[in-house]
Ligand binder design. Structure first.
Ligand code: PA5
Length: 698
């Protein structure tokens, strides 16, 4: 008879806040011994039991599935995904129904992903007995020998002895008891007849399905109606729709208390559900010392305490007794060791409330959100303006373009490099750009027209080529062009340079088109940006850009592009987050970063605990890069690092690029509001420019 194991990895472990949370659920915490997560330890514990014929499966919800799967390196078909967590009966039912197709006659072991067992060999011996009893048609549960009168667990009362199998004694279950009060718990433990209900089970697949059909209204029908394929596809419409109506109920209440032929095997194996900080204290204090420490701790006169620090941080305690001190980058918990059960309550209150975007909008005094919203109109207007101007014919015939500009204007050069069919060299410094000759079209790009690096480079370069032009609102660059009879396109003033990207980039585009140097049309892309503008606007609360900004709040984004082509979008994200949200952000490009940055993950938790990778993904990225991203996600998972993904939209390369940039513009503006800063002003840039002006010319 084959044995398959099903690990339930649902909830996130509220009582282990602030280390656990929806983003870092308890099964993934490194409490499994030897640096392993609880989930990994559970897998290692049970894998020897299933042998070569059986497999270890996982049930989890859609949000957690990729991370859980990455932790165990499981193939997709070994992960059963619930559309959403509905307690243990539906989770077990889903797994049983799938196993009924995969391995119908088998015995199914069920284990929670987040428990610890000290004596693993003995645990496996007991489970072998449980499998044998299950083979005889019993629904078998393990009863853990209580070590104290816990009010946190349900209890099982032992009945008649049923049999001896595999060297284990199997008892009938007299009854299941819900979590008792202190007095009842003491009675149970004193009687010697009661065990803790550890939620570890064994049964034949068809036996549990039969009992589910009998006792859990609705669930049995759903499992019978859906095919294996529908149950396995986490987003199958039918499953998602019908799952909503499934009653959330535990397997104990829903089935075990009512079923026939229920047996239990006593287990004295050093079991812990590591359910709260007190349990963690007991688990990790080495050699029974009184102070359990994870991380760096300096303790003077400290007794019976748990100290858990963030990587790279030290916690010092002096004259402390019976304390829980848990420090994370987001929150610090200081509690009485005896009140660990109550952490759930404080965690609820301490978790940040969802942002009130309407209220936060008050920070956008200068109206950046409206400017971002009107970006597609700005693009259309810029194209229309450009089309009205005749391209100066004396500039035609160039072989390359050098575009000199800084910051919000300078990025235009990078974008032109992607949209034009000739070589474009973006240039960002004072010096004469290299390689300027009579075949070069020089483009001076400065929104204000007064940026000194741009002016310096433009002045030097303009003497080296007969072909020069500029795009600016005016300023010194406009004056210079006027004086030297250089064609220039005047764009509307009154915006932040980075918010005028549509004007700067698209006004000259019709000229390039007329010169036969345009590779990518952008008309369709602008229509797509228009629909994004509606979707991501504040009028659509909870939209994807807001949701991402909420998740990135107080994090340091590491924005990764999937190709050289989209790398400029990652760069734009970085600069927009800097200038709008007033916070650090960094960017990188695949596949290159797989050859360096990836090594830096080793100490990221310590030196940059708030880091969060944002993958900018495009369907046009090279398939090997797509594979790299999937592997990188697993690497990040294993290191406990966060990541997000933003997929490009649009039919063509230009659309994909612009959509990624536009999503970043929105996200950075919302991040600003979350940071409670006005996205528009860039005072440090102004101050620096001002100081330089007063510095003189050296
Ligand atoms: O966003 C900004 O304000 C800056 O990055 C500017 O664009 C940069 O300082 C260059 O100024 P300008 O765009 O006026 O040439």
């Amino acid at each position: 008879m084959n044995v398959n194991a099903v690990i339930l990895a649902g909830g996130w472990g509220e009582r282990l806040w602030p280390v656990s949370g929806p983003e870092r659920p308890k099964p993934l915490l490194p409490l499994g011994g030897g640096g392993r997560s609880l989930l990994r330890a559970c897998y290692d514990r049970v894998a020897p039991l299933v042998g070569a014929q059986g497999k270890v499966y996982l049930v989890t919800d859609g949000r957690l599935a990729p991370r859980m799967r990455a932790t165990l390196d499981l193939p997709k078909e070994q992960v059963f995904v619930e559309p959403e967590g509905r307690n243990t009966a539906p989770a077990i039912g889903l797994a049983a129904a799938c196993l009924a197709s995969i391995d119908p006659g088998s015995v199914m072991l069920v284990l929670p992903a987040d428990h610890l067992v000290q004596d693993e060999p003995k645990f496996r011996e007991i489970l072998r007995g449980a499998v044998a009893a299950a083979g005889k048609g019993y629904l078998v549960t393990l009863g853990v020998q209580p070590t104290f009168p816990s009010t946190g667990y349900g209890y099982i009362q032992r009945g008649e002895k049923l049999m001896e199998v595999e060297g284990q004694t199997v008892f009938q279950v007299a009854r299941f008891m819900e979590k008792p009060d202190q007095e009842a718990a003491q009675r149970y433990v004193a009687s010697g007849e009661f065990s803790w209900n550890a939620g570890i089970f064994a049964w034949r697949v068809e036996r549990i399905l039969e009992e589910i059909r009998r006792h859990v209204a609705g669930l049995g029908e759903l499992l019978d109606d859906l095919s294996y394929e529908e149950l396995l596809a986490p987003h199958s419409e039918e499953l998602v729709r019908r799952w909503r109506d499934v009653t959330p109920i535990s397997i104990d209440y829903g089935v075990m208390e009512k079923a026939s032929k229920v047996a239990m095997l006593p287990a004295e194996v050093g079991w812990s559900d590591v359910g709260d900080w007190h349990a963690v204290w007991e688990t990790i204090r080495e050699g029974g010392t009184e102070v359990a420490v994870r991380g760096r701790h300096v303790g003077h006169d400290t007794t019976r305490s748990l100290v858990w620090t963030s990587p790279g941080k030290v916690v010092a305690t002096l004259g402390v007794e019976d304390a829980i001190v848990v420090d994370t980058p987001d929150a610090l918990l200081v509690a009485d060791l005896g009140r660990a059960q109550e952490v759930r309550g404080v965690a609820k209150e301490a978790r940040p409330a969802p942002p009130d975007w309407d209220e936060l909008r008050g920070h956008d005094a200068a109206g950046m959100l409206s400017v971002v919203q009107s970006f597609p109109s700005q693009c259309r207007e810029a194209l229309a303006r450009g089309r009205k101007l005749d391209a100066p014919q004396e500039l035609a015939g160039f072989r390359r373009v050098v575009c000199t500009g800084m910051g919000g204007s300078g990025i235009t050069g990078d974008l032109l490099a992607r949209l034009l069919s000739v070589e474009v060299r973006p240039h960002r410094s004072y010096e004469l750009p290299e390689g300027i000759d009579e075949h070069t079209l020089l483009v001076g790009m400065s929104y204000s027209g007064n940026t000194e690096e741009t002016l310096s480079a433009f002045r030097q370069a303009v003497d080296k080529t007969p072909r020069a032009m500029a795009v600016t609102t005016g300023g010194e660059l406009g004056r210079l062009c006027h004086e030297r009879d250089i064609p220039w396109i005047q764009v509307p003033a009154g915006l932040q340079p980075r918010a005028a990207l549509g004007y700067l980039l698209l006004s000259p585009l019709p000229w390039f088109d007329q010169w036969g140097a345009l590779r990518h049309e952008v008309g369709a892309a602008i229509d797509m940006l228009q629909s994004m503008s509606e979707e991501l606007a504040p009028a659509n609360p909870g939209n994807p850009a807001q949701a991402l900004a909420e998740r990135l709040h107080r994090r340091v984004p590491l924005v990764y592009a999937g190709s050289e082509f989209t790398s400029v979008a990652a760069f734009r994200w970085k600069t927009q987050i800097n200038e709008n949200a007033k916070q650090p952000a960094f960017w990188g490009e695949l596949p290159e970063l797989c050859h360096n940055e990836i090594v830096g993950y080793e100490l990221t938790q310590e030196v940059l605990p708030g880091a969060c990778v944002v993958f900018l993904r495009s369907a046009f990225d090279h398939p090997r890069v797509q594979a790299r991203v999937e592997i990188l996600k697993e690497v990040l998972e294993r290191r406990g690092l966060r990541y997000e993904e933003v997929w490009a939209r649009g039919e063509d390369a230009a659309g994909q690029l612009l959509s990624l940039m536009y999503f970043g513009d929105w996200t950075s503006a919302y991040l600003a509001l979350g940071n409670r800063v006005d996205p528009s002003p860039v005072q440090p840039i102004e101050e620096l420019k001002d100081k330089l002006r007063r510095w003189g010319n050296g």
